[in-house]
Design a protein around this ligand. Structure first.
Ligand code: PMP
Length: 384
């Protein structure tokens, strides 16, 4: 297609044609038996993708922020203590959100490009009793990958509910919700799940549902209240009609297709494909002499990368050249250093050709910005 560009931002990503075809099917009623089957099946598959056999899945029209809001609204009561582990922009967002529901929020902030050391988290949990703790698996502003497994274990040890913001990780980075003891794992449709923007998705553990059921005060957010949505999710799963708010019918039909594809690929294979893509992309960026925000491989996300612009290169000009080469990447997001780095998503259906096209466009852009490097070194790194 003339003028077609490759979308390599950290969401929305490039979607698969059969997922897009589901979006174009004439919209059925939300209580059509075929759609009830689709919705129920999507809920069942979420349990598999989240690796949470006893979890309660929710599919709600909205964005990832709504999924964050839903977890906060249902689990926080005014006066509860909450601990936010922040590795960037989205940790700060979670802290603000929890305060709206009356939580007393403490924040542990990681130095730029790093995670908060587990010992520091543990000593904070020893110091004070918390009802819940949130952490971002992959903070999309820094490309830092958190240690979700160890944080889940700490939550279990200190009996604190754990919420994983997996908006930039679910179906891309390895997550075993139940085994790792994570109480809520939330995401949005437009990233590694591979469906256009518009769905908030989360799975809550039995412990999280129990905490919700034993609330003393009503949920302070009408749309988010699980009292309204839990019967709907249960009804769809038992294949019976129900209604609270009209579901995003076509998006859910697309979700069914995408979850089927994810499970068909196999979770292990998929996580590994993302690991390889992340590693290949980082090695290409390093070969070009660019530094990245995450300070080492262990804390580098596989779903996106965040390289700094070389000092001699004007960021806006480089992004314009990359776009001129047919590839869209994203600018920086973290307010203090926004103008000094850019972000490239490599998740979902991404393949080696996409990585080659992206590194090729970056090389062409760097050349146009008079950055000196040996042409082809990035491409060679992708080819391995
Ligand atoms: N958390 C993380 C880690 C994200 O990357 C994003 C979106 N970039 C969000 C939350 C918010 O999601 P949305 O933009 O869909 O509201």
């Amino acid at each position: 297609m003339k003028g077609r560009k490759l979308l390599m931002i950290p969401g929305p990503i490039e979607f698969e044609p059969d997922v897009m075809q589901a979006m174009a099917i004439p919209t059925p009623s939300h209580v059509d038996p075929d759609f009830i089957e689709t919705f129920g099946h999507a809920l069942e598959m979420m349990r598999e993708v989240w690796q949470s056999p006893s979890g309660q899945p929710f599919i709600i029209a909205g964005t990832g922020t709504l999924a964050m809001d839903m977890a906060g609204a249902n689990l926080i009561e005014s006066g509860d203590n909450a601990l936010v582990i922040s590795t960037g922009y989205f940790g700060e967002r979670y802290a603000e959100l929890l305060k709206r529901y009356g939580a007393n929020v403490d924040i542990l902030r990681a130095p730029l490009g790093e995670i908060v050391p587990l010992e520091q988290v543990e000593s904070q949990l020893k110091k004070k009793e918390y009802k819940l703790m949130t952490f971002t698996h992959v903070d999309t502003s820094t490309a830092v990958l958190n240690d979700a497994k160890s944080l889940g274990a700490l939550g279990r040890k200190y009996d604190v509910l754990t919420i994983l913001d997996g908006v930039c990780s679910v179906a891309g980075e390895e997550i075993m919700q139940e085994e790792w003891g994570l109480d809520v794992v939330l995401t949005a449709s437009q990233k590694a799940i591979g469906v256009p923007p518009g769905l908030a998705l989360l799975v809550a553990s039995p412990k999280a549902m129990q905490a919700f059921e034993s609330r003393k005060s009503p949920v302070g957010n009408y749309y988010c209240d699980w009292t309204n949505w839990l019967p709907i999710m249960k009804a769809y799963e038992s294949r019976t009609p129900s209604y609270f708010g009209t579901p995003a019918v076509n998006l859910i039909m697309a979700l069914e297709v995408s979850l089927e594809k994810i499970l068909k690929e196999g979770l292990e294979k998929r996580f590994n494909r993302h690991r390889l893509a992340g590693k290949a992309f980082r090695s290409a960026i390093s070969a070009l002499g660019l530094k990245m925000i995450p300070v080492n491989e262990a804390v580098s996300a596989n779903t996106l990368s965040a390289p700094y612009y070389p000092e001699v290169v004007a960021g806006a000009e480089l992004l314009k050249h990359i776009s001129g080469e047919g590839v869209i990447v994203a600018g920086g997001l973290l307010p203090d250093i926004k103008g000094s780095y850019f972000r490239v998503g490599h998740m979902g259906a991404v393949n080696r050709n996409d990585l080659l096209a992206t590194i090729g466009a970056i090389e062409a852009g760097l050349k146009n910005c008079n950055y000196s490097f040996e042409a082809g070194t990035g491409l060679k790194a992708i080819l391995g």
